[in-house]
Design a protein around this ligand. Structure first.
Ligand SMILES: [Zn+2]
Length: 170
């Protein structure tokens, strides 16, 4: 089973970016390395200039290419895919998201779902391959990952984040 290992710096900046723009959609790219079939997400870059709305995100393709080029040439990390957030009632991928993944043949697409909450929830690994928990007692967060496979299907991948164990102690 393909795993998506999210390292601490990537987890923190991704969640903070999504909380910052709630309830608009955040969008960014994920970098790291591949470990056989597994993705190891080490960092992410959040696009602040992207025009956002509730239905989707517009991505500046040219800027994306420039950033990818620069990163791949000054580090050993590669662009693995992207992430974006959904708020409120939009929990899963939208039909537009699925079309986009197929069109771009995007190998990794992480979806961060946020909702307001008033109760603190410990971060945990869920049976449905996602991880979830709360940011203080303000936001409930669920992180899911999807991949585009050789059979041209969009599949849910297992999210693993060792850092959530540390979070429990906070
Ligand atoms: Zn979406």
């Amino acid at each position: 089973m393909v795993k998506v290992v999210i390292r601490k710096p990537a987890f923190i900046s991704m969640v903070v970016a999504c909380v910052e723009v709630y309830k608009k959609e955040a969008f960014g790219i994920l970098f790291g390395t591949k470990d056989r079939r597994d993705f190891v997400v080490k960092n992410c870059l959040y696009y602040q200039s992207v025009r956002r709305d509730y239905l989707g995100v517009d991505l500046d393709k040219r800027r994306d290419k420039v950033i990818t080029y620069a990163l791949e040439n000054i580090s050993t990390q590669k662009v693995l895919g992207d992430f974006h957030s959904h708020a409120g009632s939009h929990k899963g991928l939208s039909p537009a998201d699925i079309r986009e993944i197929k069109r771009e043949k995007n190998p990794l697409s992480v979806l961060v779902y946020l909702n307001k909450t008033s109760k603190k929830q410990r971060w945990k690994q869920n049976r449905d391959k996602t991880i979830s928990g709360s940011v203080g007692s303000k936001f409930y967060v669920n992180i899911a990952a999807y991949g585009y496979d050789k059979k041209k299907k969009v599949k849910k991948l297992k999210v693993v984040c060792p850092y959530i164990k540390e979070l429990r102690g906070l």
